[in-house]
Design a protein around this ligand. Structure first.
Ligand SMILES: *[C@@H]1O[C@H](CO)[C@@H](O)[C@H](O)[C@H]1NC(C)=O
Ligand SMILES: *[C@@H]1O[C@H](CO)[C@@H](O)[C@H](O)[C@H]1NC(C)=O
Length: 364
């Protein structure tokens, strides 16, 4: 029984708790079935029903909220990716919505419970590790940059406070590389070191601070591409990019030809970098690494997209998410032709003019 069942029973951070002991005294997940068979069945229920499954019993609730459930689903490729969008409404309040892209009738749903102190903050970072979405730093009209970090657990549907940044940051770059969060540059209240960046290791639940002269406070955008972090920095007039070399932990200047076409939200699909050029209409561009040039993949119908947009990709589908959560899905695996208007499907928009400031994926 028991390698699987005990995995499920083991709370991640415990260590000391004797989980097999717990397991013996508990009633079975499903009457008359060994727990590993029960788990085999329950883990195959689609994610959209998980909220219901949690209502079955305390035992099921604990199971679905456990780290073991999450890793079992991931290990057996059962996890499903949902999109989380952070928006700002006309009162400048932060809100969060979630979309299950597998539903035949796709629709955005509001996620409740954002910590009140984050609601008015600007310049926050958003990142995902495992099943958790992190809201990092930020600042307000009268509030200096903060080091506070909040964390949303997508399977438990709960918010909590997480280990604070080692440096208070606002309008900074935030990326995940090798299962660590990087918080880079930006404006801090105590900017003793304007060239610093912090890394968060979830295994130690702690931040480390680093410094490099090529990191500047002025951040425009960032992306992970080819196993490296690119940040575009400087003012609009003299924009340039630097790239983080994980092999030796240094920041180098990025190649100008690649940076020249990085003029909008970017996303990587199957190792290829795509950028949405929103300067006149919306046009999807692709970086051809071997020929070192940008090519136009196609134009998106102006009736469907509402810039400014954010991009995320699930497999070969790029989700273009604009104002009011207007959402267009492009299958770049099938996009085929270059030029012309691309074929796409869309998600009914919700009635709002909210600006989408960040979109993240959580597989669970
Ligand atoms: C900034 O510096 C002041 C004094 O130097 C200190 O009291 C405060 O805690 C610092 N704030 C942060 C967020 O590091
Ligand atoms: C770090 O690696 C990059 C790319 O391999 C190289 O260009 C750079 O010189 C290295 N820097 C140091 C300090 O070793």
């Amino acid at each position: 029984m028991s390698s699987i069942s005990s995995t499920v029973m083991e709370p991640v951070e415990s260590g000391s708790e004797d989980s097999s002991q717990n397991f013996v005294v508990q009633s079975p997940l499903i009457c008359g079935l060994p727990d590993d068979i029960a788990l085999f069945c329950i883990a195959r229920v689609p994610r959209k029903y998980h909220a219901l499954l949690k209502c079955v019993s305390k035992r099921w609730r604990e199971l679905l909220c456990s780290e073991g459930w999450h890793s079992y689903r991931r290990k057996h490729n059962l996890n499903e990716t949902w999109i989380y969008a952070f928006c700002r409404d006309k009162f400048e309040q932060l809100s969060c919505y979630v979309l299950d892209p597998n539903l035949s009738k796709r629709c955005w749903k509001r996620v409740q419970g954002i910590p009140p102190c984050s609601l008015k903050r600007k310049g926050m970072g958003f990142e995902v590790l495992g099943k958790k979405v992190y809201l990092l730093g930020g600042c307000g009209w009268v509030e200096d940059a903060t080091d506070e970090v909040y964390c949303y657990d997508a399977t438990m549907n709960t918010w909590s406070e997480a280990a604070p940044l080692s440096t208070a940051r606002c309008y900074f770059a935030c990326e995940v590389l090798d299962e660590k969060i990087y918080a880079i540059g930006g404006l801090g209240s105590n900017s003793s070191d304007p060239h610093s960046w912090d890394t968060y290791d979830p295994h130690t639940n702690s931040w480390r601070s680093h410094s490099d002269p090529n990191v500047v406070p002025d951040i425009e955008d960032s992306i992970v591409f080819d196993g490296k972090i690119y940040i575009r920095c400087g003012s609009a007039v003299s924009s340039h990019a630097v790239v983080y070399e994980p092999s030796n932990g240094t920041w180098q200047h990025a190649d100008a030809d690649m940076v020249s076409g990085w003029r909008g939200p970017a996303v990587v699909v199957d190792g290829t970098l795509y950028v949405l050029d929103q300067s006149s209409g919306t046009r999807l561009m692709m970086w051809q690494k071997d020929r070192r040039e940008w090519v136009a993949v196609g134009r998106l119908s102006p009736l469907l997209t509402r810039p400014p947009c954010q991009l995320v990709a699930i497999e070969e589908n790029i989700f273009v998410i604009g104002k009011g959560l207007s959402t267009v899905v492009l299958d770049v695996g099938n996009a085929g032709h270059v030029g012309g208007v691309m074929v796409s499907s869309s998600v009914p928009k919700i009635t709002s003019d909210d600006d989408v400031i960040s979109c993240k994926l959580v597989a669970a």
